[in-house]
Design a binder for this molecule. Structure first.
Ligand code: AGP
Length: 606
């Protein structure tokens, strides 16, 4: 996904911009570019990596103000010309832009009719032309940018510089994140705090419709109608070191391996051994309110949605409230009935996923009570919701979500315990869950020791053209997430089905060429699951069973045995070997593990 970095201060801008762009590489991109201002604008941009851009930035590329961009093609193919920044015809204005300008064709036609000549196929270039047309007569660059943005329909995060105002950068946001970074006599801006943490931990998030003017000695923010807004800086606790691979070959493996610690952080200070309850101060709900909900609806996208399915199961089992999860991307388009006695829970690692954010905004518009389970402090979704739970899992860099998925499931267990204990969950069951949660970090540690065996199994199964993942009830979301991980990082086709549904259709696919990963916990459905394994084997299907015991060799070719926890919490542990399985399958197949093709870390467009 596109990335923005901007700098104004006493230092040379180019190295800071390039470093910032490198920090955004994990989001996925196809080209990169920078502009610095020094008696006119100097620009370099290339199709390819930030390293390719750095190679064409000359040593004498001096200037203490600049903007940079990594582009993920939407309008026009990846190319040097389509890369950002885009300049106005007189090279006075430079713009970088994230998001999509929906009326770009119409604006372009009008500008062309008026004599403008476009160099690129992008939607962004219209902005450079529009700003250039008014900047001469405008009182400030901010005024010209505001006027241009008023004509735009769509989403944007933008950064703009004017060669004739070499001391300021203007940034603005509508649906695509912009964060300001406050330094010592220097200011930064970026689309993601990852680009800022090496320089400052003091940040300010822009709201939709806001615009900011950055100068070396500070910043001012304004609403869309040009009224100055007051912003409180926030201190982020993520450090530059969190964005390093820490000696691991890939971020994905690092993030899988971090999970004993990240789960411990999600739990820290939240478990009460006296009353066997979870304390979640951020919910902003008293016990009476917590008791008042008759339904729970969970929304999120991709892996966040699958962790929501685990969450729905946990809430239904522990709090006995009917609960279900739905992709936020579907929910927002179907004009959902928003009920006052339903608790809505939005899940997002990044806190910026546009579909989830739009669903939350729709819920809020209709008076829904929305909690967030979010990893990124101060992100758009975190700011939009009425309360929630932060994961404290640290930044997740690899495109495939692992530690955030696991911590979200843990956060749901905390929420379910909390809701359960203010309702009907007995102290004995509360104690059982508290103890189970406390055991998780150590048990994840144990599962990680299975890595050599999982690597061997991934090598054995990775050359299959397609794999089936099955699970029943608690095991089904585990199967779905397992299939999702495998397909996104290894590109092996994988399909997840409830084990109970196999014989209603997909069993026709089973044969020696389509192995099955079966999630078989030792719960009340064990016998049913073993029967399913028998049915698969009877059709010549190979089976890798993930569960709590070695299976009869007549039922499974291979087994991965994970430690047992409480049956309600077992899905959290059963998911971990599947993450390692997908990782090693991807490595065996030579895939770009951390940046799978066609995917971006956070999807901030519709
Ligand atoms: C996870 O492996 C995926 N890359 C993706 O499904 C992700 O979970 C989804 O896009 C939601 O992201 P979010 O948690 O940042 O909202």
């Amino acid at each position: 996904m596109c990335g923005i970095v901007a700098y104004v201060g006493p230092k040379d801008a180019a190295p800071i911009l390039l470093e910032g762009l490198q920090r955004l590489e994990y989001r996925g991109y196809d080209s990169a570019g920078v502009v610095v201002s020094n008696r006119g604008l100097k620009m370099r941009k290339v199709k390819g990596r930030v390293a390719d851009l750095a190679a064409v930035v000359p040593a004498r590329f001096k200037g203490t103000l600049g903007i940079g961009h990594t582009r993920w093609a939407t309008h026009g193919a990846p190319s040097d010309v389509n890369a950002h920044p885009h300049l106005s015809a007189d090279e006075r204005i430079a713009v970088v832009h994230n998001g999509i300008i929906e009326n770009a064709d119409e604006l372009r036609a009008k500008l062309e009719a008026d004599g403008a000549v476009f160099l690129s196929e992008t939607d962004t270039e219209v902005l450079a032309h529009l700003i250039a047309r008014t900047v001469e007569d405008a009182e400030s660059l901010a005024e010209a940018v505001r006027a241009a943005l008023k004509r735009v329909v769509g989403t944007y995060g933008v950064a703009v510089v004017d060669a004739q105002r070499p001391g300021e950068v203007v940034v603005a946001r509508n649906g695509s994140p912009i964060v300001l970074g406050i330094g010592e006599k220097e200011m930064f801006a970026a689309s993601d705090v990852a680009a800022l943490v090496r320089y400052t931990r003091q940040v300010v998030h822009l709201e939709d419709g806001e615009l900011a003017v950055l100068k070396a000695d500070g910043f001012n923010t304004f609403s869309s109608d040009a009224r100055e807004t007051a912003k409180e800086p926030l201190t982020v606790d993520w450090e530059a070191g969190h964005y390093d691979t820490g000696g691991y070959e890939h971020y994905l493996l690092k993030e899988i391996s971090e999970q004993p610690e990240t789960v411990a952080r999600t739990l820290r200070g939240r478990l009460d051994d006296r009353f066997h309850i979870a304390h979640l101060g951020g919910l902003n709900m008293d016990a009476r309110e917590s008791r008042s909900f008759r339904r729970v609806k969970i929304i999120g996208c991709g892996s966040a949605y699958y962790s929501g399915q685990i969450g729905a199961q946990l809430i239904e089992e522990l709090a006995r409230i009917p609960s279900d999860a739905e992709p936020a991307s579907e929910f927002r388009y179907r004009s959902p009935v928003v009920e006052p006695d339903t608790l809505y829970v939005a899940i997002s690692q990044s806190g910026e996923t546009y579909d989830t954010l739009a669903a939350v905004q729709e819920l809020k518009r209709k008076g829904g009570r929305v909690l967030g389970i979010v990893n990124t402090v101060g992100s758009a979704i975190a700011r939009e919701v009425d309360g929630g739970v932060y994961l404290h899992a640290g930044p997740e860099v690899s495109v495939a979500s692992t530690k955030a998925f696991t911590s979200t499931a843990v956060a749901f267990a905390l929420l379910a315990l909390h809701l359960g204990r203010v309702r009907d969950l007995s102290p004995a069951d509360g104690r059982r869950i508290v103890q189970g949660l406390r055991a998780l970090p150590g048990q994840i540690e144990e599962i990680l020791t299975l890595e050599p065996r999982i690597k061997e199994l991934a090598g054995k199964y990775a050359d299959s053209p397609s794999m089936m993942f099955v699970g029943r009830v608690r095991g089904y979301p585990v199967a779905r997430e397992g299939a999702q991980k495998l397909k996104e990082v290894s590109y092996v086709h994988a399909e997840a089905y409830p084990a109970s549904e196999l014989k209603h259709g997909p069993l026709a696919l089973i044969g020696p060429e389509m192995p099955t990963v079966a999630i078989v916990p030792d719960d009340e459905l064990l016998d049913k699951n073993l029967t399913t394994l028998g049915e698969i084997r009877a059709r010549g299907g190979r089976v890798l069973m993930v569960g709590h015991r070695e299976a009869d060799p007549r039922l499974a070719d291979d087994c991965l045995v994970v430690p047992r926890n409480e049956i309600e919490l077992d899905p959290i542990l059963l998911s971990i070997p599947l993450q390692l399985f997908a990782y090693h399958a991807a490595v065996a197949l030579g895939r770009d593990v951390d940046k799978p093709r066609n995917l971006a870390k956070s999807v901030t467009v519709e």
